[in-house]
Design a protein around this ligand. Structure first.
Ligand SMILES: O=C(O)c1ccccc1NCC(=O)[C@H](O)[C@H](O)COP(=O)(O)O
Length: 270
């Protein structure tokens, strides 16, 4: 299955990291870094300004769609997202399947002052240190590729070194596992099945209904219209993660306003 191929690639990359990364040195370097920007806090705050908080994604290509944005300038895109008032930015760093790069994240870190998600397939603790070192404020843990022990250990490690954690689920058993682990405060429902690439926004509706109070719920993938925003907002999503829709528009700042409307300070969100 395709996801297995991605995980196999990540295991090879983790082996290479084992050879190149000295954990003690990484820990010392991290201890000297400034604190991360609050990723989850920014999403909660974003809800005061728009119906939902926004994670805008910098995404050149994907396994399901191939090349999405040939004229790809990640720092320019991120600056346009920031100017349009996004709460957070997601940067794909996977090279092989998404044509991403750690250098894109480093560049975006230099260029903007909003919290950044390192969007990759985390299967080894060294990737978590790496995320912090390249400038991320949050990492993604995908329940479909991690067991309970890994979800627990990687979550704790990320928090220990100052990172927020977006834990991603796509079905009820995955959500139940994540809730049993009991650490996630920020849970993303991926509307895309990562095995078949099929998308269905009703997955957000089904899974958010099962989440306890206090969780910040993010609806991820296949969001492309104000009607989609209204649908997932009504289902309880406090934030959305949008990539392809923005990447296909020449002016990504205007695309944010087209999707979510202008920023309005309501002070109404909790
Ligand atoms: O996007 C894909 O084709 C994909 C395939 C396999 C695993 C993950 C994949 N995408 C990662 C994501 O979660 C999305 O980039 C993100 O949610 C934004 O989705 P979209 O707005 O549909 O670009």
């Amino acid at each position: 299955m395709f996801l297995d191929r991605i995980v196999a690639t990540k295991k090879e990359e983790a082996e290479a990291l084992k050879a190149s990364m000295n954990l003690g040195a990484a820990e010392r370097e991290i201890a000297s870094l400034p604190a991360c920007l609050g990723f989850e806090a920014a999403l909660r705050e974003g809800r005061r300004q728009r119906l939902v908080g926004l994670i805008a994604e910098v995404k050149k290509a994907s396994p399901s769609k191939g090349l999405i944005r040939p004229d790809f300038h990640p720092v320019q895109l991120a600056k346009a997202y920031e100017a349009a008032g996004t709460d957070c930015i997601s940067v794909l760093t996977d090279v092989q399947y998404f044509q991403g790069s750690n250098d894109y994240l480093r560049g975006v870190r230099e260029g903007v002052n909003v919290p950044l998600l390192r969007k990759d397939f985390t299967i080894d603790e060294r990737q978590i240190y790496e995320a912090r070192l390249i400038g991320a404020d949050a990492i993604l843990l995908i329940a479909a590729i991690l067991d309970k022990r890994q979800l627990d250990a990687y979550h704790r490690l990320a928090r220990d070194i100052g990172l927020d954690v977006l834990v991603e689920v796509h079905n009820r058993p995955e959500l139940e596992t994540v809730l049993e682990v009991g650490l996630a405060t920020l849970i993303g429902v991926n509307n895309r099945n990562l095995h078949t690439f099929e998308t269905d926004l009703s997955v957000t509706q089904q899974l958010i209904a099962l989440m306890p109070q206090g969780v910040t719920a993010v609806s991820e993938s296949a969001i492309a219209s104000p009607e989609d925003i209204a649908f997932v907002g009504k289902a309880g999503a406090q934030a959305v993660l949008v990539g392809e829709h923005f990447m296909r528009q020449p002016d990504v700042g205007a695309a944010i306003e087209g999707l979510l409307g202008p920023i309005v300070k309501t002070g109404a969100a909790g």
